[in-house]
Design a protein around this ligand. Structure first.
Ligand code: DNO
Length: 349
């Protein structure tokens, strides 16, 4: 296991020098955030980012994410050009020795919450999701009613996109994912890059849009789409853990033994009702995810890839990007490596 931390580049209020002081963190997870979705990433830009990270004594370990253009997910004719650009970006990563790419295939929206500041009993706040609150959101006014970070669309562009997706059900979306992977995975394999698809968060359809990477069977289907070690997953315990049916340790064991877990996002959630959950501190006792059992499964299957603490709460008065403050994620990093070390030593006792 290789402990990493997400950093949003030069505009991130958390400096790399702070990340460097979290014991055990060696790698940085980052991306070029200011390029239009669909553009090929210039190698020089990526190299400058890598240089900044290395100057801070850290390594650029993972690109999270190169966003997949909606035309690719919709299967539009423009996708071939966009996929060629995607392949160029993957090659640039490979040339710079950045070996893991986390990406997602969620239509229109990435991760979704309905409350960014749900108070927890200890006085901290956490991100929360409630399907009933989501159904009250009126998208005819664009994305204005959605919590802050969601991709911003004006009302007309959003309606056009939602209309286009009416033709794309879950099976069509699988076809479009296969088309994309059939073209990108061979390039990634050649470039020495491992693709790590992030599961859908939350793991069910929202706003009538299909979401297909939700359960263990979906992850297994994904890795079979293109049977190459370069075609793997980001094992996100918080996303997958929002669905009580998901047996996370069993899923980690199956995919891990196939060598298809290339990145781990670790955090905890508490499911409080039907399609309703909130995030919690990282430790197993704080939520519904048994992180000890997940990490044991990763360890047993020889996981040596990057892992990062995922979303943290806001604690100690910190004001930061939702989910991505310094303090609680740093606590998460300490918890995860303590757990990992304990499991490792325990297994050799
Ligand atoms: C949320 C993140 C996701 C993730 C993308 C990967 O905090 O885990 O936004 O970066 O889904 O493409």
């Amino acid at each position: 296991m290789y402990l990493t931390f997400r950093w949003f580049g030069a505009t991130d209020p958390i400096p790399l020098s702070n990340i460097r002081q979290i014991p055990g963190v060696r790698g940085v997870v980052s991306a070029l955030y200011d390029l239009p979705v669909g553009a090929a990433w210039p190698r020089g830009r990526l190299e400058r980012l890598a240089t900044d990270i290395e100057a801070a004594g850290l390594t650029f370990a993972v690109v999270e994410s190169i966003p997949v253009h909606e035309d690719i997910k919709l299967g539009r004719p423009t996708r071939d050009r966009l996929i060629a650009n995607y392949c160029d970006s993957v090659r640039a990563m490979g040339e710079l020795g950045i070996t893991v790419l986390c990406y997602n295939f969620m239509p229109v929206f990435d991760w979704m919450r309905t409350d960014l500041e749900m108070p927890l009993p200890d006085g901290s706040t956490a991100l929360a999701y409630d399907d009933r609150a989501l159904s009250a959101v009126d998208l005819s006014r664009g994305t204005g009613d959605l919590p802050g970070w969601a991709a911003a669309y004006d009302a007309r562009a959003l309606q056009a996109l939602l209309a286009a997706y009416r033709e794309v059900d879950a099976e069509r979306l699988w076809d479009h994912l296969a088309y994309f992977l059939e073209r990108v995975v061979p390039v990634a394999a050649e470039a020495g890059v491992r693709m790590a698809l992030h599961p859908d968060d939350p793991p069910w359809p929202i706003f009538g849009l299909p979401r297909i990477i939700c359960r263990g069977t979906d992850l297994e289907r994904l890795v079979r789409l293109v049977d190459s070690p370069a075609n793997g997953v980001t094992f996100c315990t918080g996303s997958l853990g929002a669905l009580p049916d998901n047996d996370l340790p069993a899923m980690a064991r199956r995919l891990g033994s196939q060598g298809r877990i290339h990145f781990a996002h670790c955090r905890n959630v508490r499911v409080t009702g039907q399609r309703q959950f909130h995030e919690t501190p990282h430790p197993s006792a704080s939520g519904g995810v048994d992180l000890g059992a997940v990490l044991r499964a990763l360890q047993d299957t020889g996981f040596a890839g990057p892992m990062r603490p995922d979303h943290g709460r806001m604690i100690w008065g910190e004001r930061a990007r939702p989910g991505y403050g310094l303090y609680d994620r740093a606590l998460g990093a300490m918890y995860l490596q303590g757990l990992w070390e304990g499991l490792e030593k325990g297994s050799h006792a």
